[in-house]
Design a binder for this molecule. Structure first.
Ligand code: COA
Length: 156
């Protein structure tokens, strides 16, 4: 679980994992301080190889929303992203989770491959629907962010 002293290093990791949006250090402080149970960090010292941020949307204890998944280039292709997501789902306190939701750009093949693999592992169907269209980002140029919903687990 991340803690607030990790936030600056998490920020650096995310900056090295395009195409992820780089949020402020303050955002990673908030995630570490208020949502450590639904975030997971891999590595040691101030050098981290992987980070997943997520939260349980208010009033929806059956759903884990996964915000960012980052694995540094040096650690990719070894199952780290999959392992972090699996470990999150095994945490005490997340036993009611039956769905994972996330948004993934249409061109992010790595992310789509990762979530498709997770759905297979969980024997769960994947449903995709529109969510955050480019116009919602205002003047910022941003690709479409459709919603992927994986679950219920064990139903496929
Ligand atoms: C996406 C990312 C997190 C994957 O991390 P990883 O540790 O290399 O992934 P894993 O080794 O755990 O692989 C998990 C699955 O994803 C698939 N995958 C990983 N990289 C892939 C790629 N470039 N293209 C297609 N599939 C890929 C793997 O084949 C594996 O599939 P399987 O479950 O069927 O075996 C990593 O590439 C990354 O940080 N990318 C940049 C940031 C990003 O796009 N994050 C996701 C947006 S939320």
């Amino acid at each position: 679980m991340p803690c607030k002293t990790d936030a600056a290093a998490i920020h650096r990791l995310i900056s090295e994992c395009p195409p992820l949006d780089l949020n402020s250090v303050y955002t990673y402080l908030l995630l570490s301080e208020h949502f450590p149970q639904t975030c997971i960090l891999s590595g040691s010292g101030d050098t981290f190889d992987g980070f997943v941020s997520g939260y349980i949307p208010p009033g929806r204890p059956e759903t884990l929303f996964v915000w960012q998944v980052a694995v540094h280039e040096r650690a990719r292709g070894q199952g780290l992203a999959r392992s972090m997501l699996s470990q999150l789902l095994q945490r005490p306190g997340l036993g009611a989770v039956q769905y994972i939701e996330t948004t993934v750009g249409p061109d992010n093949a790595a992310s789509r491959g990762m979530f498709a693999g997770l759905a297979r592992q969980l024997s769960a169907p994947i449903h995709e629907e529109p969510c955050f269209q480019p116009a919602l980002f205002g003047a910022e140029s941003h690709e479409d962010e459709p919603l992927l919903r994986i679950g219920p687990f064990g139903a496929a």
